[in-house]
Design a protein around this ligand. Structure first.
Ligand SMILES: [Zn+2]
Length: 292
């Protein structure tokens, strides 16, 4: 009975989300070529009761648990309107550095700890979008990030698929299983979701909102997954594009090839220009900005 009520609620919500005009969409100056229109239409889908996507390997960790084990399932967040965010307030001098931790199960990635070292050296806040499969294979690194109060942790799907075209059940599993592992490992719950490769469709945006998360894109791309883009070119991209409210996208999974090298100059430049670095939730006014 509970499940049927949830389906009815979900369908009602999707209908409302698709018909309402209060979808938060900041216009991007340079829309991604891979993106489709955020304009929503009424989707038709059904959810089956049990998500079937589960980690194929049990997480392993060298960290000795000192707390009471948390439940495997994170508390459910209340659903929200669709929020499709490309940047924050253009009238306030805040900028968010964001780092994606992407990993497909068939394509393992790593962790560039030098990025954390630089952020710590400069006492710089940042937001890390965690892949579920990445957390599964990087438990110690997940705990390291979670232990830093300067860092916000977001959800970057479980297995980094292209979400458009997948079923509601699979998309929900990608979101929920990642929420659950983040909660299980760290006790934290993310309210932010970053789309794999920034790709979306109506159903994906509706489901992210249904699960209580904001969709966080970006307006400054550094190009760091391209090994030929060196630190100087990354910083040039930031200097050219950054403005009030900017969200800068980079990678900390070892495939941001020159990211750690570029960061000191980037942070120094942004602060010299009068920007304050904040987490994404602080940028959006969802959390207060601490006094410094
Ligand atoms: Zn990614």
């Amino acid at each position: 009975m509970k499940f049927i009520q949830r389906i009815v609620l979900l369908l009602a919500f999707m209908l409302a989300a698709c018909q309402t005009t209060n979808v938060t969409v900041y216009e991007s100056p340079t829309p991604s070529a891979t993106s489709t229109s955020p304009k929503v239409s009424t989707p038709t889908f059904t959810l089956s009761p049990e998500p079937t996507l589960t980690p194929s390997v049990t997480p392993t960790s060298t960290v000795t648990p000192t707390e009471t084990p948390r439940p495997d399932v994170a508390p459910t967040l209340p659903y929200t309107d669709v929020h499709f965010i490309l940047h924050g307030d253009r009238n306030k001098p805040y900028v968010a550095l964001t780092f994606d931790l992407c990993q497909k199960p068939e394509l393992p990635s790593w962790f560039d700890k030098r990025i954390v070292d630089v952020l710590n050296e400069y006492d710089a806040p940042a937001t890390f979008f965690m892949g579920g499969d990445w957390m599964r294979t990087h438990v110690d690194e997940t705990l390291l990030l979670a232990s830093n109060p300067n860092f916000e942790l977001g959800n970057h799907s479980w297995s980094h698929p292209d979400l458009p075209g997948l079923s509601a059940e699979v998309i929900s599993s990608e979101i929920v299983n990642t929420q659950n592992l983040l909660y299980k490992l760290t006790g934290r719950q993310s309210t932010l979701f970053r789309l794999p490769a920034g790709k979306y469709d109506d159903l994906t945006l509706g489901l992210i909102a249904w699960h209580g998360l904001y969709t966080i894109q970006w307006d400054v791309e550094t190009g760091d997954p391209d090994p030929t883009i060196d630190a100087e070119r990354m910083n040039w991209a930031v200097r050219e594009r950054v403005q009030n409210g900017s969200i800068i996208v980079m990678h900390a999974n070892g495939r941001g090839w020159h990211t750690a090298e570029a960061l000191p100059q980037m942070i120094e430049y942004l602060r010299e220009q009068g920007y304050t670095l904040v987490t994404v939730s602080q940028l959006l006014g969802l959390e207060p900005i601490p006094d410094n």
